[in-house]
Design a protein around this ligand. Sequence first.
Ligand code: DC
Length: 226
Amino acid sequence: MIITIDGAVATGKSSVARGLALSLGYIFFDTGAMYRSLTYGLIKKNIDINNEKKLKAYLDTFDFDMKIKRGEKLYYVEGEDVTEIIRGLEVTQKVSDVAAIPIVREKLVEIQKELATGVNAVFEGRDMGTVVFPKADLKIFLTGRTEVRAERRLKELREKFPEMADELTPEAVLENLTKRDEIDTTRKVSPLKAANDAYIIDTSDLSCEDVVNRALECKDRHKRSL
Ligand code: DC
């Protein structure tokens, strides 16, 4: 069984997908982490994303792996543990541009489809329900008011990068979030949008636990409607 969870930045996708997978005993895949890992690899190799030949050569040999250690999912690029660094500012600032490139998406979609073979899993991302798994058993789409999402993101970033407190102003975070929303929703390939058959949950005024419970209710309702 495949469950997809899509939605914009800071709608709580990862926490909800993780919580849902845990309560169902399913595997959880954070596909944003894959785009981030690839972006890190490109930065490290100093590859200009506008140089299609070099980008393609990198994609053909992209060496990516995931492992679970002490209950935590770790990400590897060419054997290097990149779990922490892919959440940093450098990768965060570049990842939307990388994710908008068609050949990048083709490569990662291929990996995602392989990962889904023969397993019960929750896949979280932007295009899981629309492009990667159009026949998913259950699709959830998370939304949230921009101001609430920006506030969540600010809190998250300040906790992660206390040394950058001065630069991390509410205005700067709101601007970055609005820009990422714009890139994710207007890009030509696989823009962020809800699948027609997705259940939509507005997470603005809900806790993660509330959203997981609503998703479980959707699963139950969906099963009964089939
Ligand atoms: O969810 P996140 O912030 O870690 O995602 C990082 C970037 O990758 C974000 O710009 C959207 C993009 N992404 C995507 O285009 N498709 C996915 N399935 C997952 C993430």
